[in-house]
Design a protein around this ligand. Structure first.
Ligand code: GDP
Ligand code: MG
Length: 447
């Protein structure tokens, strides 16, 4: 694919605006890439049409050729189609009980995901109750019990001789008495969509107030995912989607199809069979994956390198003035990933460029140090993502109770939040010194 793509782009002459021919030619290849990623063909058709409309006549950015410009637009549109930000499951306010119903075909991963979610929310301070509403297979109840036990959360079951709607009702009463504030209903699926399954889910919804209905979709379903999602959304109404089994070699086109057809956000992705393998959904990562990891992506990155450079300059200006805040920090970690790791960001810091700053030893890291640093960085990102926008802009707001909330949100100890804030402040002080052209002190990045 790439070779072809590159040929296409080489043939496009560099010019001010994208012409219809430029766009059509490039889109042919994009279409092939999307279909190969198992995006539903109707979704592909629509997507191509929209992007073409947006792209034709657009100015080609400085430093990009028309082909790169088209890919840049395609990437942006993919990201915005999948929701520009990560979305959380909407919980009831305060101590009110939130009821989540899991829905999906048999084998999609409902039971596993139920237990995964319970673990996540337990960490966030919730007290979950898992409810075995799949009464058709004794093994299903057992599976939920085993997984619940592994997560250290309670499982409510009444065996196989009750209607799921009655089990749900009884479970809610139990939760009220028992102080559970998150009730997750694990329901039965069928191999194919059928009326009985939909009727049963509907009945549960009539018996108890379900706040969030979450559709679980197997990424390997490919083209079929669209029909499944459409049907579930029409018949019972869904609030969000979790896509499982993305650890396989599927490109994840199902995620795009489902989002495009239902308009409902993707909340999490399942990345393995282990109960810890549930990750937040990042639209930009999914877009990269769908476009094909390596090859196409490299082209986009090249296209964006130019823009990154601008941002880096801006950041360096801010650093000098010591206006650097947590948003900039997040941005800088993103840049680091784009710009070749730690050495990339070091060279952006004033006085730290290739010529300045570092002594003979330099900042060479071996693999295990790099890995360690990346892990720390991931935890820092989690902490910053748990801050409110105001807190990111004004770290002075961070009082103990805010820090507690952040620690809970990121699933780390409060001491780690304290350490990060302290290091951040030291880093800022350092920048101020260097910005004034003062002598270079010992400089330590917080990761
Ligand atoms: P249910 O019928 O919808 O309840 O599906 P299950 O939760 O029983 O899952 C079906 C199978 O898929 C089990 O073997 C799970 O271990 C497996 N599974 C679930 N989620 C994932 C995932 O994200 N990755 C992988 N590799 N396997 C998964
Ligand atoms: Mg199940």
């Amino acid at each position: 694919l790439t070779e072809k793509l590159q040929n296409v782009f080489r043939n496009l002459r560099s010019k001010g605006r994208l012409t219809e021919d430029d766009v059509k030619e490039a889109m042919k290849e994009i279409k092939r890439a999307l279909l190969a990623a198992d995006v539903n063909f109707k979704v592909v058709k629509n997507f191509i049409k929209n992007v073409q409309e947006r792209a034709i006549g657009q100015d080609v950015m400085n430093g990009l050729n028309p082909g790169q410009m088209v890919i840049k637009i395609v990437n942006e549109e993919l990201i915005s189609l999948m929701g520009s930000e990560t979305t959380e499951i909407k919980l009831q306010p305060g101590s009110a009980i939130t009821v989540i119903m899991m829905a999906g075909l048999q084998g999609a991963g409902k039971t596993t995901t139920t237990a995964k979610l319970a673990g996540k929310y337990k960490l966030k301070g919730k007290k979950p109750l898992l409810v075995a509403c799949d009464v058709y297979r004794p093994a299903a109840i057992k599976q939920l019990q085993v997984n619940g036990e592994k997560q250290g959360v309670e499982v409510f079951s009444m065996g196989e001789n009750h209607k799921p709607s009655n089990i749900a009702k009884a479970a809610l009463e139990h939760a009220q008495k028992n102080g559970n504030n998150l009730v997750i209903l694990d329901t039965a699926g069928r191999l194919h969509i059928d009326e009985d399954m939909m009727a049963e889910l509907q009945e549960i919804k009539e018996a108890v107030e379900v706040h969030q209905t979450i559709l679980v979709i197997d990424a390997m379903t490919g083209q079929d995912a669209v029909n499944v999602a459409e049907e579930f959304n029409q018949k019972i109404g869904i609030d969000g989607v979790i896509v499982t089994k993305l650890d396989g070699d599927t490109r994840g086109g199902a995620a795009l199809s489902v989002k495009a057809v239902t308009g409902k956000p993707i909340l999490y992705v399942g990345m393995g069979e282990k109960l810890s393998d549930l990750e937040q959904f990042y639209p930009d990562r999914m877009a990269s994956r769908i476009l094909g990891m390596g090859d196409v992506l490299t082209l986009i990155e090249k296209a964006e390198a130019e823009i990154d450079e601008e941002k880096a300059k801006e950041m360096s200006r801010k650093m000098k003035k010591a206006q650097f805040d947590f948003d900039d920090f997040l941005e800088s970690t993103k840049q680091m990933k784009n710009m070749g790791g730690l050495s990339g960001i070091l060279s952006m810091l004033p006085g730290m460029g290739p010529m300045g700053g570092l002594g003979k030893k330099g900042m060479q890291l071996d693999d295990s140090q790099t890995e360690e640093a990346e892990k720390k960085m991931a935890r820092m990102e989690a902490m910053i993502y748990s801050m409110t926008p105001q807190e990111r802009r004004d770290p002075d707001l961070l009082n103990p109770s805010r820090k507690h909330r952040i620690a809970r949100g990121a699933g780390v100890d409060i001491s780690e939040v304290n350490r990060m804030v302290k290091q951040f402040n030291e880093m800022k002080k350092m920048m101020k010194m260097m910005g004034k052209g003062g002598k270079k002190g010992k400089f330590r990045l917080p990761f």
